[in-house]
Design a protein around this ligand. Structure first.
Ligand SMILES: Nc1ncnc2c1ncn2[C@@H]1O[C@H](COP(=O)(O)OP(=O)(O)OP(=O)(O)O)[C@@H](O)[C@H]1O
Length: 598
């Protein structure tokens, strides 16, 4: 027994790591199915043992009371108590198995579901609904309703017993059972649509609330509370309305089902008494036993009607989970590739946010050699951030190819490519973890030497030393709050962690002060001398000294690309005009350029 329970026990290491591959998921689901089958067998045994009470009652009334045998009474009582102990044990083990199955589901699917949410979340806005769905399925599997559902297949055995007791009582019970099943079907038909609507609107309301909570300060500063509440409330109200519709139908049909069950008990007692009066074909003990057996035959059906809402919601959650897992890119992991050379090449790159949409990037081709720092400028909406996200593999190109060291980024798994890439996005958000863990990309045991080396490269070692607990300062949620500039500098250290081959920085100096900008220039020069390929998107002139090449992006196309001096000269000199003598690329020139494009 213990072995059986252990076989569905979640593995703590897996729960902690959260990593599960598809063959492990299949194995886990097989184990869960086996656990459910075992729970089903227990249910069968339990239900047969449940006959103890009617049998005991029948024998005591019909045999013991007539024979007046105390010995028989004692023996029957001992047997009945033994059966009750077995019932108690089986019930406990069944519940334990179901709880473990639920936990195994969580540990097996939790990682892949979060993984799938992270892969598809940003584009589809699906957020972490998958984890909530998984929680719902887990709670359902370990709920008493599942035990009731396991009892349902035994109902025909009880009905057969009723026919054995008396065919009329059998027909009566069968009629009531069919009526309850009919009520269950009607319930399902009428509550499916409103339940789906309720779930959909409640997920939308939750997503809105999450975004509002993330922007709490903006909301507070600009007095947006009423509008936020109204916007959230519209979805929450729709969800409540739909859930209310489902509940009302459920309540009415639930009441009808309960009435049928109780009515059957009275009908059996009444009709049984009539049979005794009419032809004395039944004894009093049998009538009482028949009443109990019929009640047990209908109880699981009745419970299924009552718990239909949870059953339907859990079923919908399970289907969503399956869809999400199917939607996440699967298949065999790409072959492990050797560490790439720091050479980026982009060929005819096209990006469409969705099929049929206007392309954001229209066939870009360029390359960045090791030790080069390319600055990308261009007006707002030109596609700079989209290009950055493509270069680091955060999104996939619609057409064209991006190669790092000759290998297409699409041929790398994100886990294998990640260590070779450094990325600072436009909106820097750090994770709720220590500064060291943030720099080490959330590693549980960050390598101190590599962390400090990255911090030194990003010129933020002294800044981190000045924090209350230095590298161990915990950030985010209830932790230490950094300024925008401090966050950007630590994000820069995170980008440099582990000496990546390609570093892409999307406006990393947007909130830096002059000291921070100087530090950024030093960092870029160090990256350059260590042979990294760097791409920096900027609207500010201060990084100009660190650039070796420049690109002007406009309307998704490269308008100019080449050495810093060439690009700047081409920008300030109308086509066809001779080059002004001694013109030097300097900060003022870039200021004029950015004034034109910003
Ligand atoms: N997932 C998406 N769905 C729809 N449109 C998108 C998507 N991603 C980008 N775009 C569109 O692509 C265009 C370029 O966006 P992008 O953020 O790359 O511009 P940008 O040059 O970085 O602008 P800025 O300098 O203001 O940050 C915008 O018009 C944007 O609306």
């Amino acid at each position: 027994m213990e072995k059986l329970v252990r076989s569905v026990t979640p593995l703590s290491t897996k729960a902690e790591s959260g990593r599960t591959n598809s063959s492990e998921i299949r194995t886990d689901l097989r184990i869960c199915r086996r656990g459910l089958a075992v729970a089903g067998l227990f249910s069968l045994a339990l239900n047969l043992l449940m006959l103890t009470i009617p049998l005991y009652m029948m024998t005591v009334y019909d045999r013991v009371l007539t024979s007046r045998s105390e010995e028989t009474l004692l023996m029957l009582s001992i047997l009945a108590v033994a059966a009750l102990v077995a019932i108690g044990l089986l019930e406990a083990v069944r519940q334990l198995v179901l709880t473990r199955v639920a936990a195994r589901l969580q540990t097996s699917l939790g990682g892949p579901i979060l993984d799938a949410s992270l892969q598809t979340g940003k584009d589809s806005g699906s957020d972490v609904q998958g984890l909530r769905d998984l929680d719902q399925v887990r709670q359902f599997v370990s709920s008493p309703l599942v035990s009731a559902l396991f009892d349902a297949p035994v109902a025909p055995i009880y009905l057969a017993l009723m026919f054995l007791i008396h065919p009329h009582l059998g027909w009566l019970s069968l009629g009531a059972a069919l009526l309850i099943v009919f009520v269950a079907i009607v319930n399902q038909r009428f509550s499916r649509k409103p339940l789906a609507e309720a779930t959909q609107h409640s997920a939308a309301a939750l997503r809105k609330a999450q975004v509002q909570a993330r922007n709490a300060e903006v909301v507070r500063a600009m007095g947006m509370f009423p509008d936020c509440v109204e916007s959230w409330g519209a979805d929450a109200a729709r969800s409540l309305k739909a859930a209310g519709r489902a509940s009302t139908r459920n309540a009415v049909l639930n009441g009808l089902s309960k009435f049928l069950r109780l009515f059957l008990q009275i009908a059996i007692l009444g009709y049984g008494a009539y049979l005794v009066l009419a032809d004395n074909s039944l004894s009093a003990g049998i009538i009482f036993a028949a009443s109990i057996i019929s009640a047990r035959a209908l109880a699981p059906l009745d419970q299924a009607v009552g718990g239909w809402r949870s059953l339907a919601s859990a079923h919908q959650a399970w289907r969503r989970l399956q869809q999400q897992l199917r939607a996440a890119p699967a298949g065999p992991a790409p072959m492990a590739l050797p560490a790439p050379e720091a050479r980026l090449s982009v060929d005819k790159l096209v990006f469409l946010p969705e099929a049929g949409a206007v392309p954001v990037l229209k066939g870009l081709s360029f390359s960045v050699d090791p030790g080069e720092v390319v600055g990308i400028i261009g007006p707002s909406g030109a596609g700079k951030s989209t290009l950055a996200r493509l270069l680091v593999g955060a999104i996939a190109p619609s057409a064209g190819v991006i190669r790092l060291g000759g290998d297409d980024l699409q041929n790398w798994s994100p886990e294998a490519l990640g260590p070779h890439i450094g990325y600072v996005p436009q909106d820097v958000e750090l994770f709720p973890a220590s500064v060291a863990q943030n720099i080490a990309r959330l590693s549980g045991s960050p390598d101190p030497e590599k962390v400090v080396a990255a911090a030194r490269m990003a010129n933020c070692h002294e800044l981190i030393q000045s924090l209350p607990q230095g590298y161990d300062t915990v950030l985010g949620l209830n932790g230490y709050a950094l300024s925008g500039g401090q966050r950007q500098r630590i994000a820069l250290a995170r980008a440099f962690f582990g000496n990546p081959r390609l570093v892409v920085l999307d406006e990393p100096n947007a909130t830096l002060d002059s000291q921070g900008e100087e530090a950024l220039i030093v960092a870029l020069r160090q990256a350059q001398s260590s042979g990294m390929a760097c791409v920096i998107i900027t609207q500010r002139t201060s990084v100009l000294p660190a650039l070796s090449k420049m690109m002007l992006l406009r309307d998704g196309q490269i308008e100019a690309f080449g050495s810093k001096d060439e690009v700047m000269k081409s920008l300030i000199r109308p086509a066809g005009q001779p080059e002004p003598a001694g013109q030097k690329a300097n900060a003022d020139t870039l200021a004029r350029i950015t004034a034109r494009f910003g």
